[in-house]
Ligand binder design. Structure first.
Ligand code: ACO
Length: 337
């Protein structure tokens, strides 16, 4: 018996912000952003949308893809850094919006590594006999916790959601296993400091005024990052963790068919792919269109290659992410759909 991905979905808000749009807000350029990060555009959540709305749409698509309904689920887990409110959980909102009731729903917070952490957590719970079917979602409205006057960070992020339906069954393949890490001593290199009042539009409406975005709303969290140091650490630790997960589960590097990485920066992604000896067409790439959607980026990247019909049954996928904390990890999945 193992944990299988039996449904995949994604959702991106309608509004697209290009690098040129950003150059009207901060001192930057399309060339700088593309050359240093690989990003060309990002999707930005609507004034009246919440993280749970993005999550609900992605989840609905994943359920449809699995041919199941919300009543077939035993739990909902949402990985998010930008919940609708401090409480109740975004997962409980998603449950309600999908018309579910009674079964457990909770959020997890590991910033950009949230989905990788979530897959490891749900896989462990399924192996322990807790659940048969679980909706796992990564959803973020990062635009609501950015300082739109800080060019070092505001150019890097976008909003969106990705979701999978997980089922514990005796089919061949499925989740092979996971490796997770965290080192809180690095917290000052990447953080959103203030106890944030939730990513609700009520707190951030002023910021969402499209090309007039700013963060003068008192108490609103803003992402701060020492990009250079995070970059170096991310490249090193991701290189280590992909090797570690392969060794732990006795899998040869050459057996990996797909790298499904967190989409922070094309240069970080390429460095990890190179260490694994993978070619460009073996890497799920969405950073150009989505930018860094934090916990949503891995499931959105998976959704991208899945919908394009590129992932084949029996192929081995390596998912990885690096995040504030620092928190990082990887999952190995034998595709069984
Ligand atoms: N436009 C133009 N110039 C800029 C911009 C911008 N948007 N941002 C920074 N610069 C300038 C800097 O001010 C600096 O100028 P200076 O040399 O005159 O001081 C110069 O560009 C170079 O800055 P660096 O920080 O050295 O640029 P770098 O090549 O490192 O790229 C980046 C910066 C893209 C942030 C990179 O360091 C990076 O991707 N870091 C890792 C991000 C990451 O992985 N985060 C983890 C996940 S996110 C999460 O968990 C929430």
């Amino acid at each position: 018996m193992s944990t299988h991905i039996i449904g995949v979905g994604g959702y991106l808000p309608e509004h697209i912000m290009t690098n040129d749009d950003l150059a009207q807000i901060v001192d930057t350029s399309d060339t700088w952003i593309r050359e240093r990060t690989g990003i060309t555009q990002r999707h930005i959540i609507d004034k009246d949308e919440y993280t749970s709305d993005l999550a609900t749409r992605a989840a609905a698509q994943a359920l449809e893809d699995a041919g199941l309904s919300i009543d077939d689920m035993d739990a909902i887990v949402v990985a998010t850094t930008t919940p609708d409110m401090i409480f109740p959980s975004t997962a409980s909102m998603v449950q309600h919006k999908l018309g579910g009731k009674g079964f457990p729903a909770w959020d997890i917070q590991a910033v950009c590594s949230g989905f990788v952490y979530g897959l490891a957590q749900v896989d462990g719970m399924m192996k322990g006999g807790m659940f048969k079917r679980v909706l796992l979602i990564g959803a973020e409205s990062m635009s609501r916790i950015l300082d739109w006057q800080d060019r070092n960070t505001c150019v890097l992020f976008g909003d969106g959601a990705g979701a999978v339906v997980l089922e514990f069954n005796d089919d061949e393949g499925g989740v092979v296993g996971s490796v997770l890490h965290c080192d809180g001593s690095y917290r000052d290199l990447l953080l959103a400091k203030h106890a944030h009042p939730g990513a609700s539009p009520h707190h951030t409406r002023a910021k969402q005024d499209r090309l007039n975005m700013n963060t003068d709303a008192a108490g609103v969290a803003a992402v701060e990052m020492k990009g250079n140091e995070v970059f170096r650490f991310a490249v090193t630790k991701l290189g280590e963790v992909v090797k570690e997960v392969l060794e732990k589960y006795d899998v040869a590097q050459s057996d990996v068919d797909w790298l499904v990485p967190h989409q922070a920066n094309i240069r970080i992604l390429n460095a990890t792919a190179k260490k694994l000896g993978l070619t460009a067409d073996q890497v799920a790439l969405t950073v150009a269109q989505h930018a860094n959607t934090s916990a949503a980026s891995v499931p959105l990247a998976l959704n991208d290659i899945y919908r394009a019909g590129k992932v084949k049954k029996g192929q081995l996928l390596l998912l990885e992410a690096f995040a504030g904390g620092f928190a990082w990890g990887a999952n190995l999945v034998r595709w069984s759909k």
